[in-house]
Write a protein that binds this ligand. Structure first.
Ligand code: ADP
Ligand code: 5GP
Length: 211
């Protein structure tokens, strides 16, 4: 099998449950996946740790990273910058890990353009009202911020068609297993196994006529 890992982008409305899903997927399959840690200029939420959820940096530091091409992609989202540091992603893909970027849609499309064999997954709750309940229930944002995130969800919904698979996060356990199965199947795509196929073709020719 070809050894490089798959680059996977996970997007979805804020409050859809992406963070919760990623945490559970990594807990169940720690050797398979690596989760990229983004840099952001937004302030940490209660309980978030620098270098774990995000690298929390200043706008000036962020702009320096852009200037030295240290980010695979970046975007502005509700007044802040968010971006994917290049080094970690390249290192982990080289080690054969499937690397997950949990990023919003503008960034997802940039990654797909730069790396066309990226797998794009879109996470949604089962309904719009459930999205609002989860955002309110999480209790980490003011009603004003929740409103702007719901507005942003309306815009992001227009871009769902650009993704490869829709992941409906209703029951968490089912959803985690479904996501893992989709990624397993992606590894078996003909287009991802060129090296293996070449090798077996050559070996079949060498064996022809031998007893
Ligand atoms: P995101 O990372 O997409 O913004 P979170 O992972 O923070 O979303 O989840 C938003 C809220 O919804 C959290 O309070 C989380 O505990 C809850 N949540 C996540 N998945 C589910 C689920 N399958 N069923 C019910 N609540 C969920
Ligand atoms: P939050 O503030 O809720 O942690 O994240 C807000 C949005 O930014 C989410 O949609 C999240 O997926 C996205 N995001 C997080 N990191 C990155 C990144 O590195 N690049 C891009 N383009 N979006 C990101």
């Amino acid at each position: 099998m070809d050894n490089r890992g798959i680059l996977i982008v996970v997007s979805g409305f804020s409050g859809a449950g992406k963070g919760t899903l990623m945490k559970e997927l990594l807990r169940r399959h720690p050797d398979t996946y690596a989760l990229s840690i983004s840099a952001t200029t937004r302030s940490p939420r209660e309980g978030e740790v620098d270098g774990r959820e995000y690298f929390f940096i200043s706008t000036e530091e962020f702009e320096k990273m852009i200037a030295k091409d240290g980010l695979i992609e970046y975007a502005r989202y509700v007044e802040n910058y968010y971006g994917t540091p290049r080094g970690y992603v390249e290192e982990k893909l080289g080690q054969g890990k499937d690397v997950i970027l949990e990023i919003e849609i503008q960034g997802a499309l940039k990654v797909k353009k730069a790396f066309p064999d990226t797998l794009l997954l879109f996470v949604t709750p089962p309904s719009a009202s459930e999205l609002k309940s989860r955002l309110v229930g999480r209790g980490t944002e003011t009603m004003d911020v929740i409103r702007s995130r719901m507005d942003r969800a309306c815009e992001e919904a227009q871009g769902m068609e650009n993704y490869d698979y829709l992941i409906v996060n209703d029951d968490l356990d089912t959803c985690v297993e479904e996501m893992h199965s989709i990624i397993r199947a992606e590894h078996r795509k003909i287009s991802r196994n060129a090296e293996f196929m070449e090798k077996i073709k050559e070996d079949l020719i060498s064996l022809k006529g031998e007893d």
